[in-house]
Ligand binder design. Structure first.
Ligand SMILES: [Fe+2]
Length: 431
């Protein structure tokens, strides 16, 4: 998909102009009449600007959304938009946000607020601070939903229109956003109610509690990221144990990703299969060196142990909830299309697609690297072996795509090989 920065700038400019136009037509009286509350909300949004959590899939969870929404439900859209502008300045000055990006996000935020205001105040006729009871709670829920929807549509439309991401893939990314961001609007509703009924002190206590929750969530995310990094470091350690397979997992993962992309995997799925391929041999952590590094061929008992590595790897990864489904790709990467593989002897499409792709890349990389008992096979011979394995060892639907990927990789490395560089230099020298 070809991205077009020009289209991104055009749509961003449209958001900016719409936000300004909404601002010019808005009723600013609530802001001028409430200078002290404005200072209070500005203080809150300044603190909240430092608390953002990357929840994956291009989504950020920010406490400012809750504070801005509370401002909207208490004093209307012009007040809330001004509060958001204060947050924007703080983020640009203190958190190193790019000016243009922050300007676009704030413009979208301002548009969200004006649309939500139409729902809350005009459609439902709700009162500031949810003073009208049950009707206003329903109105606030609906307004929160509208903010959320308009925000997603605007930001996905920008990315899709500019060709950065496909709309299909973007909507798949909604999952993490779905469960973590809507509660922000509920926090905003509660905040607005507390401020309207109990004043500055209780609102400050409530916001302080939210800050604690947010810091806790952010630390939990950091903790999970650390565990994740540790898992991938373990895969690198396994490669490092055997100098012959030093780059094996990396090479397998790169080709797996390319095949997945050619098969039309969505970006998130392609990333997941890439990671599963990085971890495909992680079960070798449980195989002792005397077998793993043995230079001569393995006896029957040693093979039996060696064949346990997909099972060990799958069990290891299955317990990690942030790597969902990876275990199937790992467990079955030594299965064969004809059912003569291991550990479960399953055949054809019974073998998970991820495992079928990883298997062919695994075989290719094994053939293309030196081993203690043989040199790497030449490109043509290795390609021929893959063709011979079509429909017996490998999925016949994947083989043609894999051959394209492997051939392209071989061509690239031939261009960069010492022989090729030398011959190019000679030609240049002679010219
Ligand atoms: Fe393996």
């Amino acid at each position: 998909m070809k991205s077009s920065p020009a289209k991104y700038y055009i749509l961003s400019a449209v958001f900016f102009i719409v936000a300004i136009a909404l601002g010019l037509t808005a009723d600013w009286e609530p802001l001028f009449d409430n200078v002290a509350p404005f200072a209070f909300f500005a203080l809150l949004i300044s603190a909240g600007s430092f608390l953002r959590i990357d929840i994956g899939g291009n989504n950020i969870m920010a406490l400012n959304d809750a504070i801005g929404f509370a401002a909207l439900l208490t004093y209307g859209p012009a007040f809330a938009a001004s509060i958001f502008l204060v947050g924007m300045v703080i983020q640009i000055v203190f958190t190193g946000d790019a000016v243009f990006r922050r300007l676009v996000l704030t413009s979208v935020g301002v548009i969200d607020f004006f649309v939500a205001s139409l729902v809350y105040y005009d459609l439902f006729g709700a009162l500031p601070g949810l003073a009208g009871g049950a009707r206003d709670i329903v109105a606030a829920f609906s307004a929160g939903l509208i903010v959320w929807m308009v925000d997603r549509v605007c930001s996905y439309a920008t990315l899709s229109f500019a060709g950065v991401r496909k709309m299909r893939g973007l909507f798949k990314q909604l999952k993490p956003y779905l469960f973590s961001v809507p509660p922000l609007y509920i926090w905003g509703m509660v905040g607005s109610y507390i401020f309207a009924n109990s004043g500055y002190l209780m609102t400050s206590v409530f916001v302080l509690l939210l800050l604690v929750v947010f810091v806790f969530m952010r630390n939990q995310k950091k903790y999970l990221d650390t565990v994740r990094d540790m898992v991938f470091s373990m895969a690198k350690m396994i490669d490092a144990r055997d100098s012959y397979t030093a780059k094996h997992s990396h090479e397998v993962a790169v080709n797996t990703l390319k095949i997945a992309e050619k098969l039309g995997f969505l970006e998130e799925d392609a990333q997941a299969i890439y990671e599963a391929a990085l971890l495909h041999d992680i079960g070798k952590v449980g195989i002792r060196d005397s077998i793993l590094l043995k230079e001569s061929s393995l006896d029957e008992g040693e093979w039996h142990i060696m064949r346990q590595h997909p099972v060990i790897g799958a069990e290891l990864v299955a317990s990690l909830r942030f790597l969902p489904g990876y275990d199937k790709g790992i467990r079955h990467h030594h299965e064969r299309w004809d059912g003569k593989g291991y550990p479960d002897n399953i055949a054809g499409e019974e073998i998970p697609l991820w495992a079928r792709i990883i298997a062919i890349c695994d075989a290719w990389d094994a053939m293309r690297t030196d081993r203690p008992y043989r040199k790497a096979l030449p490109v043509e011979v290795a390609l021929d072996q893959i063709k011979k394995g079509c429909g017996t060892q490998f999925d016949p639907n994947i083989v043609p795509i894999a051959l394209e990927v492997f051939q392209a990789q071989a061509d690239r490395s031939a261009v960069g090989s010492p022989e090729a560089v030398l011959s190019r230099n000679i030609i240049r020298h002679q010219a």
